[in-house]
Design a protein around this ligand. Structure first.
Ligand code: HEC
Ligand code: HEC
Length: 190
């Protein structure tokens, strides 16, 4: 599994970032969010992929014993308001630097982005898939497998990227968004 990650990471990071951009466009979220996504795209695949993996490891090591899985925790605790991720305190990014750290500015910003995306995916899944599927994690863990960096139906053999184009009334950009979200979950990263 480890080797698989390393091999897949470069393209994986790039794909993920581009779909965030498209996704944001498709839903007309505030420009600030879009700008942040575009910035992430520009910052590019070079540093980002390792960062995502590292952040998950960081979370497991420094945060997991109290907060469990990053994705579940983020979706339970945080919300997106006007394009900004919020907890109960006023300054989440400042909090993320100090709280059980210190975290460097880069780590805190990375955690913020990771949580943002997890909450965003959770909201989308809630609105568009939840009527029929309990949770994205259950769906990924029980029904899906990863083959060569793409998600397939464990029992159907479906190529899920293609499957989603005709499922759940998704536009192509959104199908890619959900594919990548399910891919990360299936890989156990969130
Ligand atoms: C020893 C246990 C512990 C560890 C380790 C820990 N936390 Fe927390 N965390 C808490 C508790 C308790 C709260 C709730 C405190 C409160 O809201 O008064 C909290 C709250 C939070 C919140 C919500 C803040 C808000 O404004 O609502 C976030 C986000 C958070 N933690 C992230 C992290 C991250 C990231 C790490 C790792 C770097 C981490 N925590 C490590 C115990 C922990
Ligand atoms: C109206 C109900 C409905 C909605 C809404 C819906 N699905 Fe499904 N989905 C199904 C059904 C039914 C199946 C097939 C279950 C089965 O094979 O028994 C399925 C299967 C799947 C599969 C597995 C395919 C396979 O080959 O095993 C995935 C992945 C999936 N859905 C993702 C999504 C996502 C992501 C969304 C939201 C964007 C979504 N679904 C919204 C009803 C729905």
């Amino acid at each position: 599994m480890k080797t698989l990650f390393a091999v897949m990471d470069p393209t994986f990071g790039a794909t993920q970032r581009i779909t965030i951009g498209m996704h944001t466009l498709a839903h007309g979220l505030p420009i600030a969010v879009l700008a942040a996504s575009l910035l992430a795209m520009v910052l590019g695949p070079g540093q980002a992929p390792a960062e995502t993996g590292d952040l998950h490891r960081l979370f497991e090591q420094r945060c997991g014993r109290c907060h469990g899985h990053a994705g579940d925790f983020a979706r339970k605790t945080l919300t997106i308001v006007d394009g900004t991720l919020r907890g109960r305190r006023p300054d989440l990014e400042g909090f993320l630097k100090r709280h059980h750290g210190p975290q460097t500015a880069t780590e805190a910003e990375g955690l913020y982005r990771l949580f943002f995306r997890q909450v965003e995916v959770g909201d989308e899944f809630q609105q568009r898939c939840r009527i029929c599927h309990d949770s994205a994690s259950d769906l990924a863990r029980t029904r899906l497998i990863v083959v060569d960096g793409a998600v397939h139906g464990r029992y159907t053999g479906n190529d899920i990227r293609a499957f989603l184009l005709h499922h759940g009334r998704l536009a192509p950009g959104d199908a890619a968004f959900f594919h990548d979200a399910l891919l990360q979950i299936a890989l156990g990263r969130r």
